[in-house]
Design a protein. Structure first.
Length: 414
């Protein structure tokens, strides 16, 4: 198996010059300006914001000459480079399955198909698929949709995203459009939860935690809806003062895409809202929101184990693995609050408290419901989520996708 990826660092570029590594990794070195246009202008934020319905269309985006330059001299050439690398690999392994991933490589499948018509191609889109793509010029839309429809198998996390894709394209031809929600490796999280770094972080957290602990673990991404979540929590504290001093929201945030201006601005908004809630309600012996912006996974897993409420209120998410990871290792029968627009809701919604991500009143009410839920009901829901995640694990996801590919190979292709 060969994994093809972009060279991200100077060290990667040195490795890229050497070809395929001993562990089967092939790194592609792009001109820095080309890669910047590809990644920081088109992929993020333009495509990401479209697919998570984040643009305020009255004023954004503005597809000016810089945007068109980024498409022509960023997104297209990087996709061409990936397609050329795939074709070169197929010269040596013509029967290999080519498996593309996500929104960065929407054009590559069509380019490979044109060069190798008999290649077996699959693509998995890990983020939501909206029905409205009208923000893009038609030729860009056609290129994206045509690129994806060049695959034999196209996968999404949920039936909702797959249905939206069919509606967008109007027809899918011979492409098998499927949906299988990705998952996690339960054994990995069992091991992590018992590891020394996690146990140390958990001990430190348990020593200072409030009676009730609300946890959110996110990247600092506008799609995660952190600002609205803080506002809803502030509303809870305003309307239900009985929680003052008894509950803390621990927000563990991993800084994301700080080379993109929209993400820098959003992180600043997150920090402002946390300060506002703390300034309004905090007191010397109690900080309502503990905000930590750092890449500290052991601390996140420790928080997973200790939460009474897990708060996942994403604007949109292709899936959201936090909603699976945290309940699996939680030791307090914590309640899950889950956005109806997170892909994981299709699987876990029966055992979660569902929220509309734009409804602050509803989210504040959901926080109170979760904090006061009967212990037996919490235990019932927690057990059901854990059972679902263990049964439908990462291996099951991969097996389902490969079964789709096998079906197409045997029954559709000559």
């Amino acid at each position: 198996m060969t994994w093809i990826a972009s060279a991200a660092t100077d060290e990667d570029r040195v490795v890229a010059a050497e070809g395929v590594s001993e562990d089967g990794v092939l790194l592609l070195a792009h001109e820095p300006a080309v890669y910047d246009r590809f990644y920081n202008v088109i992929s993020n934020p333009l495509l990401w914001f479209i697919q998570h319905s984040l643009w305020g269309l009255a004023t954004q985006p503005n597809l000016d000459r810089d945007a068109h330059e980024a498409w022509e001299h960023g997104y297209i050439p990087v996709n061409e480079a990936f397609a050329a690398a795939v074709v070169a690999q197929l010269d040596d392994k013509p029967d290999a399955l080519v498996f593309f991933h996500d929104y960065h490589l929407y054009l590559a499948p069509r380019l490979v198909r044109e060069a190798r018509p008999d290649a077996l191609l699959a693509h998995f889109v890990h983020i939501p698929w909206p029905t409205d793509w009208s923000v893009l010029p038609r030729e860009w839309r056609d290129a994206i949709h045509g690129g994806l429809l060049a695959n034999d198998v196209l996968g999404f996390h949920t039936e909702r995203w797959a249905r939206n894709f069919r509606a967008t394209c109007g027809g899918v031809g011979s492409t098998l459009v499927t949906h299988h929600p990705i998952s996690i490796d339960p054994a990995e999280f069992d091991e992590l939860s018992a590891s020394a770094p996690v146990l140390a972080a958990e001990q430190a957290l348990a020593a200072v935690r409030s009676e009730k602990l609300i946890v959110r673990v996110d990247r600092t991404d506008p799609a995660k809806n952190i600002v609205r979540g803080f506002k809803a929590y502030g509303m809870l504290l305003d309307e239900r003062p009985q929680w003052h001093g008894r509950v803390t929201m621990l927000a563990l945030l991993d800084p994301s895409r700080q080379s993109v201006p929209e993400y820098v601005d959003y992180l600043a908004a997150v920090e402002r809202e946390a300060r506002e809630v703390n300034d309004r309600f905090g007191r010397p012996d109690w900080l309502p929101i503990e905000l930590v912006v750092a890449d500290d996974f052991p601390r996140s897993v420790a928080a997973y184990k200790q939460f009474d409420v897990l708060f996942v209120n994403a604007v949109y998410d292709g899936l959201n693995l936090v909603a699976k990871e945290a309940p699996l290792v939680n030791v307090r029968n914590g309640a899950l609050i889950l956005s109806e627009n997170a892909g994981a809701h299709e699987e876990l919604g029966d055992w979660a408290i569902t929220v509309n991500p734009f409804d602050l009143v509803g989210q504040a009410a959901a926080l109170h419901e979760a904090l006061t839920m009967d212990e037996d009901e919490r235990a019932r829901r927690s057990a059901a989520i854990r059972s679902q995640v263990r049964e439908h694990d990462l291996a099951a996801w991969l097996a389902a996708l490969l079964a789709d590919v096998e079906h197409v190979s045997r029954n559709v292709r000559p």
